[in-house]
Ligand binder design. Structure first.
Ligand code: C6P
Length: 407
């Protein structure tokens, strides 16, 4: 099991006071903090190896290229992809989804085709499909969320997963509800009906084991910064047969085999999707984050997250002035709530005066918030360095906030 108190020593940022109190960082679904090993990897890269990749014939360029390609192989191993050629470096989850929309989906979907999403998607797994639907005459359909966001309507999913749906793109773990979708079952069902799948793993990649061959998905995307890695780097996994046939999305240097004035030919995947100088340092930093997480064990991280979430649910459900959104059990490491008569932004601002970092707003889930009948909510999200004592602090602070507003 995880010793969170001990792991906190790996995260220098946690050891500070905010507004005169020890920082309680509970905004991990937005971005996690970075361990020393990641910070030192970035520092080492810029001090010793910094150079451009894939072009130089000099020592530093060779080192940078080797470290960058090592990070790609490390990622393949991290998610059990069949080959490093199935790993495309992106800026993050959002860019990965836009790449699939503008390449695979643009090329393969025709007017009248449908894309199935769910009602709990983050805007980054909604807006790219809306943009594409407008350009191509496609229709979007949605698997409904059941009352209070406790689950998806699985019976509806079964009937919606049928022609003319060509793509099912869904979130693995909801960033607002803590709802965990059975991604393996969803992919199996889609595959049995000839439907391509994309998993948004932004909230799961650093929190539990991920095995793309076991999930049997076609595409999977995630962001480095939500899993102890740097910002500005993310991963698109694509099944080799699909990536090989896909057109490039961005054009430029690095991705061509040969260029002429009229037309060009492209390198094979994944390089044809990485136009321009890539984010070399942060890809290498992401590899270091994967090493860090695997040293702890992603099974252990998942258990720790879920234990904290269950503890927080139990504590916060005793506060009769809160409405908690999402499932009662089997909840991923976050808890989102609405306080009677107090706007979520006020909750977050006052919590900050006690050193507690929460997130408030619509969490880039505006349609879901509207469906749940609230414009905004406050969220506490956990990671491997959070403790039950911090959850206790959160509960105390919520009490104080309620008292303040009822005075
Ligand atoms: N959610 C949150 O506070 P990017 O910004 O590309 O790294 O990740 C986008 C994204 C996609 N899917 C899910 C499920 C997500 O949670 C996020 C990011 C953050 O909840 C920022 S809005």
């Amino acid at each position: 099991m995880i010793n969170a108190e001990q792991l906190r020593n790996d995260f220098p940022i946690l050891h500070q006071q905010v507004n005169g109190r020890p920082l309680v960082y509970l905004d991990n679904a937005a971005t996690t903090q970075k361990p020393l090993s990641v910070i030192e990897t970035l520092d080492h890269y810029y001090r010793k190896d910094n150079s451009n990749v894939h072009r130089g014939l000099h020592e530093l360029s060779n080192r940078a290229t080797e470290a960058y390609e090592h990070a790609r192989r490390r990622t393949a191993q991290f998610i059990n992809a069949a080959s490093a050629d199935e790993i495309v470096f992106t800026r993050g989850t959002t860019e990965g989804i836009n790449l699939v929309a503008n390449s695979w989906a643009f090329d393969n979907l025709k007017p009248g085709d449908e894309i199935l999403l769910t009602e709990v998607e983050h805007h980054s797994n909604l807006v790219p499909w809306q943009l594409l639907a407008q350009r191509k005459g496609l229709k979007l359909r949605f698997v409904p969320a059941l009352a209070n966001g406790e689950s998806l309507d699985l019976a509806a999913l079964d009937s919606l997963l049928a022609p003319p749906v060509k793509l099912f793109a869904f979130v693995h773990i909801s960033n607002t509800l803590g709802l965990i979708n059975d991604a393996k079952q969803f992919c199996a069902l889609a595959k049995s009906r000839g439907i391509t799948t994309l998993i948004d793993a932004a909230q799961s990649s650093g929190h539990r084991p991920l095995d793309v061959r076991d999930l049997d998905c076609d595409f999977l995307v995630f962001s480095g910064h939500k899993m102890a890695g740097p910002t500005g780097i993310g991963i698109l996994y694509g099944r080799a047969e699909l990536l090989e046939k896909m057109s490039p999305w961005h054009g430029g240097g690095e991705m061509i085999a040969a260029a002429n004035y009229e037309s060009s030919t492209y390198k094979p995947a994944p390089h044809k999707f990485e136009a321009g100088t890539p984010n070399i340092a942060d890809a290498i930093g992401l590899g270091a984050a994967m090493d860090y997480l695997d040293k702890i064990g992603r099974d252990n991280i998942a258990k720790h997250d879920m234990e904290l979430a269950a503890y927080a649910y139990e504590k916060l459900s005793q506060l009769d002035f809160l409405r908690i959104l999402g499932p009662k059990t089997n909840r991923a490491g976050l808890i989102t709530f609405v306080m009677d008569g107090v706007h979520a932004h006020d909750v977050v601002e006052i919590a900050n005066t006690y050193g507690v970092a929460l997130r408030g707003g619509h969490h880039c889930n505006q349609p879901l918030m509207k469906k749940l009948g609230t414009p905004a909510s406050a969220r506490a999200s956990f990671y491997l360095y959070n403790t039950k004592t911090e959850v206790d602090r959160l509960a105390e602070v919520l009490h104080k906030i309620k008292e303040y507003f009822t005075r």
